[in-house]
Write a protein that binds this ligand. Sequence first.
Ligand code: GLN
Ligand code: ZN
Length: 769
Amino acid sequence: MTAELFTTTITGAARIGPNRELKRATESYWAGRIDRSELDKVAAGLRRDTWTALSMAGLDSVPVNTFSYYDQVLDTAELLGALPKRYAGIDDDLDRYFAAARGTSNVAPLEMTKWFDTNYHYLVPEISDEISFTLHPQKVLSELEEARAQRLPARPVVIGPITFLLLSKATVGAADPTGDEAQRSSTNPMSRIDELTPLYVDLLGKLKEAGASWVQIDEPALCTDLSPEVLAAVSRVYKAIAADYSRPAIMVTSYFGDLREALPVLAKTSVEALGLDLVSADPDAIAAVPELRTKHVVAGVVDGRNIWRTDLDKALATLGTLLGSVGSLAVSTSCSTLHVPYSLDPEDELDEELRSWLAFAAEKVAEVVTLSRALRHGRDTVRDAFAASAAARASREADPRLRNNDIRARLSSVLSGGLTRGPAAERLIEQTERLGLPALPTTTIGSYPQTSAIRVARAQRRSGEIDNAEYERRMQSEIANVITLQEELGLDVLVHGEPERNDMVQYFAEQLDGFFATANGWVQSYGTRCVRPPILYGDVARPTPMTVDWITYAQSLTSKPVKGMLTGPVTILAWSFVRDDQPLAETANQIALAIRDETVDLQSAGVAIIQVDEPALRELLPLRASDKTEYLAWAVGAFRLSTSGVADSTQIHTHLCYSEFGEVIGAIADLDADVTSIEAARSHMEVLEDLNGIGFSNSVGPGVYDIHSPRVPSTGEIIESLRSALEAVPAQRLWVNPDCGLKTRGQAEVKESLQNLVAATAAVRAELA
Ligand code: GLN
Ligand code: ZN
């Protein structure tokens, strides 16, 4: 291939829009307020603006097809003709696509799970025998055409076949058209790998015809531990895809880690370029691979997933290590900037120092451009940018907010006191006596639907139209509504509904020292759902109680127990942009100490049940087996630090969701929560068997229905779920709850679903009696 070499690029870009335009448009489309052509217009405008900005900033190769209406893995399933048959009856292609993403009233969506160790969620392709792969390249071809019409050096990006299959799950197929029976089959999706090779060859030929000189094939899964069979498949598939035929030059891109044994395997194929994550990988190890002497190495030296300004001197040194050892060198980000906010521009409330320490997507693009110039024309040609980077680093290192010696001293004294509570069985006796709950207690995970009254109140407080007292009064009235609703429904353990929380992490971050919130730092979490992670820059301290007033207010309205709701230390860490100047474990413990202080205050206020949510426990799990034990030890330690300050008669709940729990199952037991509510609706109770397998004997609430879909579960379905849960867990330690918080759902659908949940529980209680 004789494609011209590029020097300056990024791995991929966000698509939700600098002001979440795509979110708004897509939700309007779903609600029937705008039609397809209006939605397409917004999307095309965002693509055009993104590409223009990247090319104006100085990239000489611009990634395209990183746009998505929902998720890039779902796009790939569509590209490869791998959508399950249950969606085939939906005529409109976009509605079919959204049905796979979200479900409809009569068809279940694909399962959703975390994208590697990030807080982005992808849809898990289902591979069954009924699928025969076929190529549907319309999306990538039309985006390429759009970009070329703009005269951009467009580089289409697609997910590679190995990653696609490694992220898929095998199912037995659509015996049941609703997808409820889409159980795992024992066939490994990877056994289908050779069927994909001709499709990629076909795709590359078509992209070449359409004018692409480079194509990027993303294979982040190659940064995980691979079996010899998978490594053999990598070699076989990429030798075939990179064979000599009319095709564009190929860049295989890996991220979120280090390729290790996959690096020489890829390097021995004829792909022209490798995109490498140089934030994770050791440049000396890369420089030592002889086959790279003929490759174009696209070095991801600017971290695509944190928000700290790059140490330009260090990055340039990394590039220098590679320079003589590889064929040619381009500068890039370590991964797509999907994981960071668009730009620092709207952040005018940050103080000068803080701001100087940061780089969001636009600033990272500028860093890539600066490094590329330094590499090609010498550091002196970009002297000012290097000086600013060094000055920012010095200002950060010297800032007094980074160290709070009182907190450090208290932390070590609490840690030396030990983190164990009384034996779980004895705690259960004390708690049962105190709470007096029926068998199979019913509860919810915390949040209730975000009503328009909540949104209005928040907007009016922001604009100054109402003061804090009025805002609090309105939130109290929301709490009162939610308590009334739960009493009417007949739930056993109530929640206050979390109306005052904009977000389960940000709410705490705003009240803790060591964090600051961004004004517009949104990143996509899944589909149209965006989050605004706070920035954790210094030592964490809790100046005053954060939740006690709200919970005691809720408790004052009812004689049923109301759960105190807290977010756990690992989740606060995972859903923030975290300081990179000390080990994560240390930061986790500082957060845990603040949460521990809160549990003690809740207990003193008379709260009998406290839930400490850790939905992100699995998310931070390192991708390599060799790093997992150490992580789990400190993550569990931080959770126990946060929950071991209370009496044995106080019941600690935790909540976990969004993931395959297999690998962290032992850690779930080590958390030693009295009750664990856990997502199980979408993964069909598999988790209970896993918990039994490790001898877990505390109480558990496997989610009996999926809240990620608008579908209302029938009473019969929930009865079935409960019966199957009872096969795995005795009634004495089974709780009944949805699989996650309800804040993204509509009020009517929540009421109906919970009615069915309570009715189903009553029916199953009767069977037990
Ligand atoms: N308590 C939170 C809620 O109900 C938990 C959210 C989550 O698990 N992501 O919203
Ligand atoms: Zn959840």
